[in-house]
Design a protein around this ligand. Structure first.
Ligand SMILES: C[S@@+](CC[C@H](N)C(=O)[O-])C[C@H]1O[C@@H](n2cnc3c(N)ncnc32)[C@H](O)[C@@H]1O
Length: 225
């Protein structure tokens, strides 16, 4: 299951740096799908990227807006919008980068076709995905992740004591909002099925299993730069 905030060590946040490394050179526009309270969208905006960030949950969109700098805040803010991506017409060939963190399993996998079509030539789609434990390989990875997870949580908790959070709620505004948790859902699509569907819908994409119960799927649209 994918979890959200109020964790000493958040698996999705842990992979932000890896996701940021997928940004195409000269990236100017991005869409974050299933943005939750907007932590990754803000990281994109901090890089001067114009960010659209969508989520159907009114509660998380309100929290995302409250946690982001307002006009005149001196920093760029994502444009947060309450929307279900499966019912939204996305602009064609528009975004340099589309991200989907721990949210693709909330929607039909075929949604990636709409995300692919929204990419500008040379643009990149990066999916941080969740999958269920169904195979022996899944269970072996999970076993390896458990002690690493415990060690990482401990390290983060100790770090927080020594140096209280700079990245928590209120990072930009100084305003503490009530702790809001993005909706979570148990993933159902096995990793091997994700691999097959991705090969069909996103030809040339790469899929990599990550340690903490996640995979990274990256597709670069041909053309452009
Ligand atoms: C586990 S949370 C992940 C939140 C955030 N991406 C993160 O990394 O913390 C999954 C998010 O996907 C959103 N979601 C579910 N269905 C969606 C849809 N059809 N379109 C866009 N977002 C959706 C949920 O509301 C939820 O905020």
């Amino acid at each position: 299951m994918c979890h959200d905030r109020a964790m000493p060590f958040d698996h999705n946040d842990h992979y932000h740096r890896l996701l940021l490394r997928q940004l195409p050179h000269g990236c100017r526009t991005a869409l974050d799908v299933g943005c939750g309270t907007g932590r990754f969208a803000r990281r994109l905006a901090e890089r001067g990227i114009e960010v659209d960030a969508i989520d159907p949950s009114a509660e998380v969109i309100d929290a995302a807006r409250a946690l982001s700098p307002g006009p005149g805040g001196g920093r760029p803010a994502p444009r947060f919008r309450r929307a279900d991506v499966t019912r939204t017409v996305l602009p064609r060939e528009h975004y340099d980068f589309v991200s989907c963190l721990a949210s693709l399993h909330h929607m039909p996998f075929g949604t990636v076709a709409a995300l692919r079509d929204a990419l500008a030539p040379g643009g990149v789609l990066a999916v941080l995905g969740c999958y269920p434990e169904v195979s022996a390989a899944d269970r072996a990875w999970s076993l390896a992740a458990v002690p690493a997870n415990a060690a990482a949580r401990l390290a983060v908790a100790v770090g927080e004591r020594v140096r209280p959070s700079r990245g928590g709620p209120g990072r930009f505004t100084g305003v503490r909002t009530p702790s809001v948790r993005a909706p979570v859902k148990r993933p159902e699509m096995p990793l091997e099925e994700v691999r097959r569907e991705a090969a069909a819908l996103l030809p040339g994409s790469t899929l990599r299993r990550l340690l903490f119960w996640r995979y990274l799927l990256v597709y670069r649209k041909p053309g452009g730069r």
